[in-house]
Design a protein around this ligand. Structure first.
Ligand code: 7PM
Length: 282
């Protein structure tokens, strides 16, 4: 399978796995009222993630954490657009816009974003049209429920089949609206309305997602399933995160969304070094 995505002016080659670094931005670090040191810290974090080998920087303005408050479109614009502008002006990288909001997709694309990462799989009114209009690749993620309540009682008959069926339906909706199938990525959405058992089943069966023929993104970094399975607080989930990331690329994931770029890249590079000696090649 050849996956080359055109992300605005840049090309993303997914013939080998790549790392997407998560940018932590405090809500006002880029606004006019934000402290210079906060903005500076965020830009230094971008610089470090790029030096460590990240191919993509993921920027989000709406917290999707369980129980998170809803953010207005204007608040999201105020938070995200200055960040995208700054990164775009200073660094040669692909900026992923973590948003479900059509206005943010349009403004973010104009500000220099190269990819849309939507945890609602373009489910909001006008989102499919906005994504089509801006012409950027889109990552479609599965979520059961809404961020505020999704972890209260996740329930599936057959989690893998249901998540696959959802993603197929969203792929079809995008293609029907005129978005090229080749511009789509898919993501089972680890932690988004899933128990640990659901997450483990999805990871174990990740090859079924890769079999759809679209690049698979896996976001496992520091997630609470690692905390529960290993009894580790969030600041002690690095080894667990890298272990799960490696299991994901072994099962065909092409983009790893992570907080710890350097350590994940070490695992990716060792996996890559081994590939010429594998019987079955990617
Ligand atoms: C609980 C759930 C806590 C999610 C924290 C998070 C993903 C994402 C996020 C993902 C894609 C976090 C997240 N996770 N986008 N955004 N895939 N495509 O760890 O798994 O930051 S938010």
């Amino acid at each position: 399978m050849i996956h080359i995505l055109q992300c605005a002016a840049r090309t993303l080659d997914l013939s080998a796995p790549v790392v997407m670094g998560v940018l932590n931005v405090t809500p006002d670090s880029f606004s006019d009222g934000g402290r210079f040191t906060e903005r500076d810290a965020a830009l230094r974090q971008v610089q470090k993630m790029l030096a460590d080998g990240a191919a993509i920087i993921d920027v989000g303005g709406e917290s999707t954490r369980p129980g998170a408050a809803v953010v207005s479109a204007q608040q999201e614009l105020d938070r995200v657009i200055p960040v995208v502008e700054q990164i775009s002006a200073r660094f040669d990288t692909i900026i992923s816009l973590d948003t479900s909001t059509p206005e943010v997709m349009r403004a973010g694309a104009a500000a220099g974003a190269g990819l849309i990462n939507d945890v609602r799989a373009l489910g909001r009114d006008g989102a499919v049209q906005a994504a089509k209009d801006v012409g950027l690749p889109v990552c479609l993620m599965h979520m059961q429920g809404r961020p505020s309540t999704m972890q209260s009682a996740p329930s599936y008959q057959h989690v893998v089949d249901e998540v696959l069926a959802f993603l197929v339906e969203r792929i079809d909706a995008c293609v029907d609206a005129g978005i090229a199938r080749e511009a789509l990525l898919i993501d089972p959405g680890f932690g988004f309305g899933k128990t640990d058992q659901h997450n483990l089943a999805l990871l174990a069966q990740l090859e079924n997602f890769a079999a759809l023929g679209l690049p698979v993104l896996a976001g496992l970094s520091r997630k609470s399933m690692i905390g529960r399975l290993l009894d580790r607080p969030v600041e002690d989930r690095l080894i667990g995160s890298v272990a799960l990331a490696l299991m994901a690329i072994e099962r065909g994931a092409k983009v790893l969304r992570v907080h710890d770029v350097k350590e994940t890249m070490d695992a990716v590079r060792l996996w890559q070094a081994m590939q010429p000696f594998m019987e079955r090649k990617e």
